[in-house]
Ligand binder design. Sequence first.
Ligand code: SF4
Length: 57
Amino acid sequence: MSDTECRYCRHCNVQDTEIGQCRRYPPENFEDDEGVSIEWPLVKLEMWCGEFSRKVN
Ligand code: SF4
C-alpha cells in the first residue's frame, strides 16, 4: 500500500470502504439511456493522480 492514494488526498470525499468522489474539479455531466446526471468522478481509494494533495489534520 502506498501513502500516495486517493484515500489520503484532500480532494477525496470517501463514500465507503472502497470508493470516493474526486472533488478536485467541479462535477461533470454524464448522459446515459436514463438521461443526464451531474456527478463527481468516482475513484477507487487505492488510486492516485498527479493532482494528489495530502490531507492535513
Ligand atoms: S489523487 Fe487525484 S484522483 Fe485521487 S482524489 Fe486526489 S485529485 Fe482526485
